[in-house]
Ligand binder design. Structure first.
Ligand code: NAD
Length: 469
């Protein structure tokens, strides 16, 4: 029988919790979903029809505030899935040291079957319902995009919230993943994919780990298969290619395409938009069964679509040496066990796809400070760097060219600051998880080590605050 995502997440939690020396009651508190709010609201459509829409917001942990987590639009979403995704957010934020509790929201609609006007009405009403229940606000609970939503929906969220709370100076910090023109931060849209590739680069830089997997060090030439070509899959593919890896296949619901010479993600998206299907992409082999893509011979498999994609049925056929979890919960515990037994290195979701929430944290900080990163210091830093270049020129007799000067004394800008903060966070968190595993071999794998680390950090936050009087 297939497990729910919630059972999988709790199973992973229990495996790590068994090795923690925290009080039992505290572990139960960390595991429990602190609050789940279900509501239904009417939406009037252009033709006068009234539809009742189901929606949720789950706040898994209030050990740090605000709580934070995306909003998912999907016809198949249910309350248990929202609770599970909120729990993953708590553990994810803890692993990468982002000071938020975990949350998640969902609206039970298929965004691909709705007009833009309908989606806008639904989004604005959802925000009104959240606001009425005190479930949104810069210091309360801060949503972001997830599957089925993006910048456009976050702009509607920000606009509705600011209209409802015109007196709040920090109102734009009520949601992240906004367009840059509406208080968003440069680099947020691509952050989850970018974070995945920073994580992969760090994983592939460990010479002894790569040797054990029979792979070379570094990303260059690595053969990558990506499932999903939405926000996460598209950007993961793009940054893999830019770092010298070859994306040899994409798998989406209608099938998979493969080309050992490497695929260009923009050309694939253009073909899919024009023809309505990924199949038939020029020069590639088309496979009508999507799951065939997951079983191709490759170095890295990036499931970046949805949960429960690697299961007891297909895990034995997975040939990738590394599974980099872009989606939340793509691997069932049974598949995880099979992959571990085969020696596959699984980079778990609660670390690997944390780039989105890391850069959301930066966006929230930007909104609270009301100033673009780099704005105050850019000119000053460029002038200081130029003085340094002149000193080097005088001391060495070497004259820098105009082009060299432009690069060396450019000063920081927002995108570079955000990306360097993300890269540093992903690299540091990987070493913390890997060192935890090395120090406690009983943890067995990176996922259990990441859960163990997250539990320890959340437990410490509770105990230090002394919230059990
Ligand atoms: P999205 O809606 O932009 O894209 C989803 C992609 O998956 C689409 O290309 C779709 O065609 C594909 N897909 C759907 N069902 C599939 C199936 N059965 N087989 C193969 N492909 C399928 O969503 P997204 O924002 O890219 O999110 C994808 C996953 O990443 C989700 O699990 C989400 O929770 C997780 N995630 C997203 C973010 C973010 O910042 N957007 C951050 C962290 C984690």
């Amino acid at each position: 029988m297939s497990r729910s995502l919630e059972e999988s997440v709790n199973g992973y939690f229990d495996r790590a919790a068994a090795l923690c020396d925290c009080p039992r009651g505290l572990l139960e508190q960390i595991r429990a979903c602190n609050g789940v709010h279900a509501f239904q609201f009417p939406v009037r459509h252009a033709d006068g029809r009234i539809e009742v829409v189901r929606a949720w917001r789950a706040e898994h942990s209030h050990h740090k505030l605000p709580t934070k987590g995306g909003i998912r639009y999907s016809a198949a979403v249910d309350e248990s899935e929202v609770r599970a995704l909120a729990a993953l957010m708590t553990y994810k934020c803890a692993v990468v040291d982002v000071p938020f509790g975990g949350a998640k929201g969902a609206v039970q609609v298929d965004p691909h079957r709705r007009s833009v006007e309908e989606l806008e009405r639904i989004t604005r009403r959802y925000v009104y319902e959240l606001s009425q229940r005190n479930l949104i606000g810069p210091g309360i609970d801060v949503p972001a995009p997830d599957a089925g939503t993006g910048e456009r929906e976050m702009a509607w969220v920000a606009d509705t919230y600011t209209a409802l709370h015109p007196e709040q100076l920090d109102a734009l910090a009520c949601v992240t993943g906004k367009p840059v023109t509406l208080g968003g931060v440069r680099g947020r849209k691509e952050a989850t994919g970018q974070g995945l590739v920073y994580a992969l680069a760090e994983v592939c830089a460990q010479a002894d780990d790569m040797k054990a997997l029979g792979l070379g060090v570094g990303l260059d030439g690595k053969r990558v298969v990506v499932q999903g070509i939405g926000n996460v899959g598209y950007h993961a593919a793009r940054f893999c290619r830019e770092r010298g890896a070859r994306v040899i296949a994409f798998a989406v619901p209608e099938g998979a395409i493969a080309d050992p010479r490497g695929l260009d993600e923009d050309a694939v998206v253009e073909h899919r938009t024009r023809t309505g299907s990924i199949l038939g992409f020029p020069g590639a082999t088309s496979m009508p069964r999507s799951r065939d893509g997951l079983e191709l011979d490759c170095d890295v498999l990036v499931p970046a679509a949805l949960e429960n994609q690697l299961t007891a049925e297909n895990a034995p056929a997975v040939r990738a040496r590394i599974v980099l979890e872009g989606a939340n919960g793509p691997t069932t515990p049974e598949a995880d066990e099979i992959l571990r037994a085969k020696g596959t290195l699984v980079i778990p979701d609660i670390y690997a796809n944390a780039g989105g929430v890391v850069v959301s944290y930066f966006e929230w900080l930007k909104n609270l400070s009301h100033v673009r990163f780099g704005r105050l210091e850019r000119r000053h830093r460029a002038a200081s760097d130029l003085k340094l270049l002149h000193a080097v020129e005088r001391a060495t007799g070497h004259a820098f060219s105009e082009a060299e000067r432009a690069v060396l004394a450019d000063g920081p800008d927002e995108r570079r600051i955000v990306n360097s903060g993300l890269e540093e966070t992903m690299a540091a968190a990987y070493h913390e998880v890997r060192d935890t595993l090395r120090a406690r071999p009983a943890l067995n794998d990176l996922r259990t080590a990441a859960f163990y680390l997250a539990i320890q950090k959340v437990a410490r936050a509770y105990l230090e605050r002394g919230i059990f009087p």
